[in-house]
Design a protein around this ligand. Structure first.
Ligand SMILES: NC(=O)c1ccc[n+]([C@@H]2O[C@H](COP(=O)([O-])OP(=O)(O)OC[C@H]3O[C@@H](n4cnc5c(N)ncnc54)[C@H](O)[C@@H]3O)[C@@H](O)[C@H]2O)c1
Length: 336
């Protein structure tokens, strides 16, 4: 029997609806809900690095997943990050693929570009965390990093926090911050800067999504009642985590395998008890509370879960079939 795979290039993924942040937020929240109800198999990602000279490095991530419930979809995200690309700017830093399979026959059914999915789902995970943990009536967001995730983070915050009036957007490269700020003209006020302290101090919601290799957010800049969202694992200093009343992660099992994670380092040193690190799925399912007080500081840190890519990939694949998008590739006419 002929086995066909639907190949979806980036344009098809976009035409299938990936840029609809409202829909992506809905699916990401559903993934955390299903995870909290034991419907998802999502082992920690396997990672290896390839040194190119002594530095920088390329990293490859293998992220196999099964999503149960009414989704019933196995799949894998094959992700990669190149520090060389980050330096030259010729290619995106992160380049990803999403592969979906049939749960019964195990045939691969779709291969698609995963780059836009990654950008959207990463910010949407932060958005779901903000829905439960951000201060009520938050007006100012201080966002550090005006790259790919910086763009989708503003999209997610705008959607989840209707009271948001202003985004301070910081990048070491001021021109990048200015360019991204201009994209949001007429939608929300975005003020570009290259000063981290000015961005973070007094912000109701602080988000970091940079390629920095060392912490740059200081505890004394985080005001009472703020929410801190960290997309790399080492952008806030340990004092910020210490100051937080609630520490929530996407997956502790996965984060504790990352030696560079500030949260893991604090647990190792005995500065933070593992019991006080909650999973976002527990908050989404109501097993742990979201924000309870106006003056508490909440922190969300993520490393990225494959189940978010697969639930979205499954939705996009079904939309592509309905809309006639993508290109059919034949794996074999008759299996030998
Ligand atoms: N948690 C997740 O699920 C997840 C998923 C994807 C990417 N990420 C991480 O998010 C980060 C950003 O990814 P991206 O694709 O947006 O990268 P990007 O290269 O598009 O953008 C990163 C930006 O950070 C800026 N920057 C670096 N150091 C800075 C500093 N100290 N202060 C201010 N700006 C600084 C750079 O100039 C650049 O504009 C990466 O570390 C990546 O690993 C996390």
């Amino acid at each position: 029997m002929k086995t066909e795979i639907l190949f979806m290039q980036q344009e098809d993924v976009i035409a299938a609806g990936i840029l609809n942040m409202g829909k992506v937020l809905e699916m990401v929240e559903k993934a955390f809900y299903l995870e909290g109800h034991g419907e998802i198999i999502n082992p920690p990602k396997t990672v290896f690095g390839i040194p190119i000279g002594s530095n920088p490095q390329s990293h490859f991530f293998s992220m196999p997943v099964y999503i149960g419930g009414d989704v019933n979809r196995p799949g894998i995200k094959w992700a990669a990050e190149s520090m060389a690309n980050a330096k030259t700017g010729d290619l995106p830093m992160g380049i990803d693929l999403v592969i979906l399979s049939d749960p019964v026959t195990v045939q691969p059914v779709a291969i698609m570009d995963g780059m836009v999915i990654t950008a959207m789902r990463t910010a949407a995970a932060a958005g779901v965390a903000a829905k439960y943990l951000a201060p009520k009536g938050a007006k100012v967001a201080g966002c550090v990093g005006a790259g790919v995730i910086g763009r989708t983070m503003i999209m997610a915050l705008k959607q989840v926090i209707p009271s948001l009036e202003q985004v301070k957007l910081c990048d070491l490269n001021l021109q990048k911050a200015e360019k991204l700020a201009a994209e949001f003209e007429g939608e929300i006020q975005v003020i570009p800067t290259n000063n981290v302290e000015e961005t973070v101090i007094d912000a109701d919601i602080i988000t970091t999504m940079t390629t920095s290799r060392k912490p740059f957010v200081k505890a004394e800049w985080v005001k009472s009642g703020a929410m801190v969202i960290q997309m790399s694992s080492w952008e806030v200093e340990a004092g910020v985590v210490k100051k937080a009343n609630k520490v929530v992660v996407d997956s502790w099992d996965q984060m504790k395998e990352n030696d560079l994670s500030v949260i893991k380092q604090m647990v190792q040193k005995g500065d933070l008890d593992e019991k006080n690190i909650w999973a976002l799925n527990e908050v989404v399912c109501g097993k742990k509370p979201g924000r309870e007080k106006d003056d508490e500081i909440t922190l969300f840190s993520s490393r990225g879960m494959g189940c978010l890519d697969i639930i979205i990939g499954d939705y996009l694949y079904k939309e592509a079939l309905k809309k006639g998008l993508g290109q059919k590739l034949v794996l074999w006419d008759e299996a030998k």
